[in-house]
Each structure stands twice: as structure tokens, then as C-alpha cells.
Design a binder for this molecule. Structure first.
Ligand SMILES: *Cc1c(COP(=O)(O)O)cnc(C)c1O
Ligand code: SF4
Length: 338
């Protein structure tokens, strides 16, 4: 299928696709771009092949030079600790594979279904469950979206369609606009939601073509961004968010609580404040899915609860995200008490 990454002549290729294709994909290139010692320990190359490094250059530019503790660098750097085998950390931590129907549709929660639009992402986040997701199988069909629509037609209780992935905004706007139009023809469908990191890691993605089909759609639009640290939000991201809002999109953020990235009250408070400055409300703060290779990002629930209590004492209620865990078989994300 056309995943938005296929070769298109430069003349008609949108800028964002050129930038996407130009992302850093070799550890040595990231280290040299950041002026970090080339001997900085990395995951063995043969293990890295299964889930390679991928970082848009503009995102790398938001990392501090020479700082291996930078919170953005840590999210994308393939640490040798990914090879650790840790009990309880598995390859399908959220139980999605059992729920995947034809057409890549995952219908776990009432009234809304999640469609795996593509396996592609603009950035490879080392803590992500996607590192083990066999997208090839889920997306193999040439008639992928036709099957998705057929599943939706079979169940009119689904009023909200969530495009996830991978990153749905890695798809071309032609593809997305066509799908959004097909959804809009189905009167029981009210909302289109996109779960995406692209406007953050590559804000050029929010161009006229994207804004065009979004603002033209009768559907209510929700974009749930994924931002883990305040430093991810620069002026270009704020501008991209402003344009999305002007196109009638409600903007929310989901973050993952990550060791040595954002596991402090200060980091969370700055993230919420910075999101709000961009017109984005905090939605979920996930505790880590127990994904094989990501155990070194884990934060204890006790620490999470302490952060939440301190955050709630410091910020207005609308800037405090819900602390949640995804538990297979539950009818919703599970809110953790604090
Ligand atoms: C997280 C998720 C949703 C959305 O849940 P909300 O609580 O509405 O944000 C929907 N479907 C699946 C399969 C999910 O994993
Ligand atoms: S799905 Fe989201 S969290 Fe996972 S690698 Fe892609 S952008 Fe990162």
C-alpha cells in the first residue's frame, strides 16, 4: 500500500515527505549531529535492525548538544539495556493482537474503534509497544481501508473512529482525505480522532493540504498528540497547533511516564504548562506498557502517585492529566488512584 513514504518525484512531493525521508536513521549520524562521543554505548546492530533508530532532523535540533542525558535524546537512543530480558515484559503488553479484526480495526471500547492506519512513524520511540507489533500482517491487505469501512458498516454503535498506528499522519493527505470522506458519508459517525506524534516531531506536516481536508470535513476532529517533555514544543510546534485549532480541531496530549525523561513533578508541570501554551490540554499520562526492551524506562507506581499528588497541588485541575494504565480486557483505560 501507499504508506506516504513511497518515492514521489520531488516536484510534487510535499515538504514534510522530503523531511521525513531525510530523518536520521543511523546511530552514528545522531551522535555526530549532537556532538556526542561516537563511542556512546548503543544496542548491538543486529538487534537494532528489528526496530531501527529514526529521528527527524528538526526534532534532533531540539536536543541539547553533547548531552547524553537530554530527555529527547533518551527517548530515541537505542540503549544496550534494550537487550535485557526482564520478567513480565512481553511483546504484546496491551493485548491488542487478540482484538485486531480484518481491516486493522481494534474495537475494545464502547462507541469508538481504533484503526491501525499504517505501521510507519516519523520517529521511533524506544519505549513503544509498536516495536513488536506485526504490522505487516495487520496491513498486508491491499484493500485495507475497504475492510476497515466494512467493519464499521457492520457496527453502527461506533460513533468515533480513531486513526492510530504507527502514525496516521505518515500517510499522504490524499489517502487520509479519501478515508475521512468515506467516514463522513456514514451518518452515525460523529468524530474522527487522530493519534499522532507527527505535528510534534515534524511540524511541517501541518500544511495546507492537511488543514484543507480537516477543515472541510463535517466530522468533529480530535487530535491526540504525544508529547513527553516540554522541550519537544518549540515555536514551530506551537504554530502547527495553532493552525490545527483554527481548522476546528480539538487538541489533547497523551504522554508516557518515562524514567529519566519526565519522571519528576517539575518536568510534568512544565509539560502541562507548555502544552497549554500551544493550545493543547493534557489528557492521559500513561504508566509504561510492559514491553520487552523498555524496562529501563519504567517508573514505579509509587513515584507516579507522588508526582500526581504534587502536580495536582501545583496546577489548575485542567492541566492535570489522568494517570492511566492500559489493561487488556478492561472496558476503558484504567485510572490509577493517587
Ligand atoms: C486507548 C484506546 C481507545 C481510546 O480510548 P479513550 O479513553 O477514548 O481515549 C480506543 N480504542 C482502543 C483500542 C484504545 O487502545
Ligand atoms: S507509535 Fe507513537 S510512540 Fe510509538 S514509535 Fe510511533 S510515534 Fe513513537
Amino acid at each position: 500500500m501507499d504508506d506516504g513514504l513511497s518515492p514521489i518525484p520531488n516536484a510534487i512531493r510535499p515538504l514534510w515527505q522530503t523531511l521525513l525521508a531525510d530523518a536520521i536513521t543511523r546511530p552514528a549520524d545522531l551522535l555526530s549531529a549532537l556532538g556526542i562521543d561516537p563511542a556512546h554505548p548503543a544496542l548491538a546492530a543486529e538487534l537494532l535492525r528489528a526496530f531501527p533508530i529514526r529521528v527527524p532532523r528538526g526534532f534532533a535540533a531540539r536536543m541539547a548538544r553533547g548531552d547524553v542525558d537530554d530527555p529527547l535524546f533518551r527517548q530515541v537512543w537505542p540503549s544496550p539495556r534494550e537487550a535485557d530480558e526482564v520478567p513480565g515484559y512481553t511483546t504484546d503488553a496491551v493485548g491488542d493482537l487478540a482484538k485486531l479484526k480484518d481491516g486493522g480495526l481494534i474495537h475494545k471500547y464502547q462507541g469508538r474503534a481504533l484503526a491501525i492506519a499504517t505501521g510507519a512513524c516519523a520517529v521511533n520511540c524506544r519505549y513503544c509497544f509498536r516495536r513488536h507489533f506485526p504490522y505487516g500482517d495487520a496491513l498486508a491487505s491491499r484493500n485495507h481501508w475497504r475492510a476497515t469501512l466494512a467493519s464499521l458498516d457492520a457496527d453502527p454503535s461506533i460513533e468515533e473512529v480513531i486513526l492510530s498506528g504507527g502514525d496516521p499522519l505518515a500517510l499522504s493527505d490524499d489517502k487520509l482525505a479519501e478515508f475521512a470522506a468515506a467516514l463522513a458519508e456514514r451518518p452515525w459517525i460523529k468524530r474522527l480522532r487522530l493519534h499522532t506524534r507527527l505535528p510534534v516531531v515534524l511540524p511541517e506536516r501541518v500544511d495546507e493540504r492537511l488543514l484543507g481536508w480537516l477543515s472541510a470535513s463535517r466530522l468533529q476532529k480530535v487530535v491526540v498528540l504525544h508529547i513527553n517533555h516540554a522541550n519537544e514544543i518549540d515555536e514551530a510546534v506551537i504554530e502547527a497547533c495553532t493552525r490545527l485549532r483554527a481548522a476546528g480541531v480539538t487538541l489533547l496530549n497523551q504522554a508516557v511516564l518515562l524514567h529519566q525523561v519526565n519522571d519528576s513533578t517539575d518536568a510534568q508541570a512544565r509539560l502541562s504548562e507548555r502544552c497549554f501554551a500551544a493550545g493543547v490540554l493534557p489528557y492521559y499520562l500513561f504508566v509504561l506498557d510492559r514491553v520487552a526492551g523498555a524496562a529501563h524506562f519504567d517508573v514505579s507506581e509509587l513515584t507516579a502517585q507522588t508526582i500526581m499528588r504534587e502536580l495536582a497541588a501545583r496546577l489548575p485541575g485542567y492541566l492535570v492529566p489522568r494517570l492511566v494504565r492500559e489493561i487488556a480486557g478492561e472496558p476503558a483505560k484504567t485510572q490509577l488512584p493517587w
